[in-house]
Each structure stands twice: as C-alpha cells, then as structure tokens.
Design a protein around this ligand. Structure first.
Ligand SMILES: *Cc1c(COP(=O)(O)O)cnc(C)c1O
Length: 421
C-alpha cells in the first residue's frame, strides 16, 4: 500500500484565486451584460519588448541549425546569463558575487518553494504577514507548518505588517530558525529601508537565522535609497539566500526565467554543531532535480541587460507605475486609505468597513471579502481580498497596476462613480 504524504491534506482546498474566479463567475451569470475589469490577479499584460523577442528568434534559429544546436544545458544556467546578472544586478551596487553563487531557474516560485528542502523539517519558520502564499504552503507540504486553526498555522511565527506599524515587521521576540522576507512586498506594495533591513541582517547573524529574501519586485523600486538586494547590507551573505525573477520585471510570466543567489559563505548547522555550506547543497539539489531553464528563455533574459533591452524594459515598468500613481491619486481623492504603489506595482487599500473584533471572524463576515463583493457588484471591478494573503491582510484589499492604461482608467472611473454615488 502506498501511503500518501498526508501533509498535503492539511492544505485548505480553497485556493484564493479559484475562490475569486468562482465569485466573479457567479456575478457574470446573473449579470450577463456587465463587463468586469480585473485589477486582481498579479499577472502582467504588456507584451515582451523587441530586444527580448529578437533574442528569442535568434536562439530558436540557432537551435535549428547543425552548428547552433544545444541539448541539455548546465543546470545552474549558462555563463552568458550568469555573467550578465553579476555585471548588471550586483556590481553597480557594490556587490561582488561569484558566478557559482548564481543559480538560474525557471522562476522564483519554484525556488522559493523548493529551497526549504535544504533545512530540516523541525526548523521554526517565520513569515511577514500578509505574504505570498507559496512560502507557507511549501512548508505545509512537508509538515513543517503544523496544523491550521482559524487561518493560522500552528508552527508558523507570524510577523504582522499593517498600517499600525507602517508595514515594517517587528523583530521576533524569540529566536526563529528561518525567516521569509519579501520586499518590495506582495501583496502590500510596501518597501523596507536600508536601516530596517540592517536590523534583520543583524538579528539573523546574532540568532543564527537563515533569511529567504524574495526580491521579485526590485525593478519597480524608484527611490534610490531603498535596497534592491539584501546583499547591500554588510553580513547578509552569511545569512541570506535571495530570489530574483524576470516575471514582473520583463513580462516573463509565460517565458519563465529567474535566479537564486546562494552565497558561498552561507552555512547551516548539523545537530552536532558542524557548519555546512549551503551553496554546494543547493548545487547538488539542482543538478539532481532540475534540468536547467531553456536556452531560449536564458537568451531572452540576457537581452534584458543590453542597452536596448534595459531601456525597453524600463519603459514597460514606467507604464505600470503610471497606473500605480493614477490609482493612488484617485483612491486618495476618493478618501480611501491606501499604501504601497510608489516602489511596487501593488496598491494596498484598507477596506472602509471596519474589521470585526479578533476572534469574531466568520467567512461571510470578512471585511476583505465583503468589500470585494461590494466592489464587484457596485463597480464591476475585481480586487483581491487581503485576508487571502494571511490573517493580517484582513480588512484590506489589493489592487494591481499590471492592467492596461485603458482598463485601469476605466476601472478607476467606475470606482469613483460608485464611491460618490
Ligand atoms: C510573482 C512573484 C514571484 C515570481 O514568480 P515566478 O515564478 O518568477 O513567476 C515571486 N515572488 C513573489 C512574491 C511574486 O509575487
């Protein structure tokens, strides 16, 4: 008899975006003539830039020629891309990494999920709350998160990020083995200052904590003083693994490419106290379970770092950030309390309906879901209920700036009309 990994059965079978789709479909059935605009799911909408598509065409032709054909590539990624990463994403910020510290992948979701294979099942984990659900769910799957009770996992330490603390997570009052940080943050769209991030690195060094730092949105940072990489902080390479993605940066959600940085100085302990470097472990894991990102995707990623590629990608980022600014302006003018949107493509809005007292939440009474439905039925606009990202997301909703200008403007007009009507 094959026994199932029953940790999977602990995962609630309601997936946030599936629940949203169900509610939107129910609305469409009863309102067949309404046109619904989604500012909900975090996918991009603008096409790949010409520098990228030209590089992909060239790569395809190469693969179709006798001289240019390539089969299995290096699991860690081709050196042409790893070198471009070092030279463009790190050197200009004074960060000197070795090429072997860069692991090219098929996107940050896989690695933020897989990285937990490097640590024992009984490590304690901490997450900022609300958070990208992959971090917790991947830990649930191997039994590290414990059991879920009222939207909280029993073995997860939640570090609330709300308007009350200016979305700056407080250091835990005990030691935690592993902490996930994501800045700029999905879903709140807020960032961390160098000074605050330094506190985390110092905490990690002092407590022997491993930080998993998700920098998927670093390209959206406008303020030059906000760190784009945790390695801008001294000592971080002794305590942090960092994840990057081209998905949001360059519209690669369908192309698939990103990378993970595992510094050689980074170690974790055995039960007897021996220090084990994680870089060779991750290399071993990748060479065993991963066959590399497609050559075409890696050539596409390399093209982002050419002068034309940089300029074109920046234009698309600016396009989305124009949406974000327009959204912030409109929401503020309408009297909503909104956060994020300045260095990230997400707007985090406090729902105008008051949150119920702690312990009184029932699914039908969730302020996040209630506002979601009011907005859907009143303005035919879809947002994402904040509670779907964790308990501290209750009483908020997320709007994304990844729509077209036309759709975003139309959605804002509808929301204005609905709010003032
Ligand atoms: C979108 C996103 C990613 C990127 O995922 P990919 O697998 O690279 O597409 C990673 N982290 C966060 C927080 C995200 O929102």
């Amino acid at each position: 008899m094959a026994l199932v990994n029953d940790h999977f059965l602990k995962l609630p079978n309601n997936y946030l975006f599936a629940d949203i789709a169900k509610k939107v479909n129910a609305f469409k059935v009863t309102h067949p003539n309404a046109s619904v605009i989604s500012l909900g799911i975090g996918d991009v909408t603008q096409p790949l830039c010409p520098a990228v598509t030209e590089a992909m065409h060239r790569a395809v032709s190469e693969l179709g020629s006798a001289e240019g054909f390539r089969g299995y590539g290096p699991e860690q990624g081709y050196d042409f891309l790893r070198e471009a990463i070092l030279k463009n994403d790190f050197l200009p910020r004074g960060i000197h990494l070795d090429i072997d510290e860069i692991f090219v992948n098929d996107g940050a979701k896989s690695d933020t999920g897989n990285i937990q294979e490097l640590i024992r099942w009984d490590n304690s984990i901490g997450v900022t709350d609300p958070i990208y659900p992959v971090y917790i769910d991947s830990n649930v799957m191997i039994g590290r998160a414990g059991l879920q009770e009222e939207g909280r996992w029993s073995n997860v330490i939640y570090l609330p990020c709300t308007a009350e603390n200016n979305f700056t997570p407080q250091l835990p009052d005990r030691r935690v083995d592993v902490i996930y940080l994501c800045f700029p943050n999905n879903p709140t769209g807020t960032v961390i200052s160098k000074q605050e991030l330094r506190k985390w690195v110092n905490y990690a060094l002092k407590n022997d904590t491993l930080i998993f730092y998700d920098a998927a949105y670093q390209a959206f940072i406008q303020d030059p003083d906000i760190p784009r990489s945790i390695y801008e902080i001294r000592g971080a390479r002794k305590c942090a693994i960092e994840f990057h993605s081209y998905s949001k940066t360059a519209g690669f959600t369908g192309v698939r490419c990103g990378y993970t940085v595992v510094p050689k100085e980074l170690t974790a302990a055995t039960l007897t106290g021996e220090r084990i470097p994680l870089n060779p472990l991750w290399n071993r894991r990748q060479t065993t379970k991963f066959n590399g990102t497609s050559y075409i995707s890696q050539r596409a990623a390399e093209a982002i770092y050419t002068p034309e590629g940089k300029e074109q990608v920046q234009r698309t980022i600016d396009y989305y950030m124009q949406n974000a600014h327009h959204m912030l302006d409109t929401f503020r003018r309408l009297g909503y309390e909104v956060y994020g949107g300045e260095n990230a493509p997400y707007i985090w809005m406090r729902t105008p309906n008051a949150a119920p007292a702690a312990g009184q939440q029932s699914p039908g009474r969730s302020p996040s879901w209630q506002f979601f439905e009011e907005l859907l039925y009143g303005a035919n606009v879809v947002c994402t209920p904040g509670v779907g990202f964790g308990p501290s997301g209750e009483g908020y909703v997320r709007f994304t700036a990844f729509g077209s200008h036309e759709q975003t403007d139309e959605a804002l007009d509808r929301i204005a009309h609905w709010s003032m009507g």
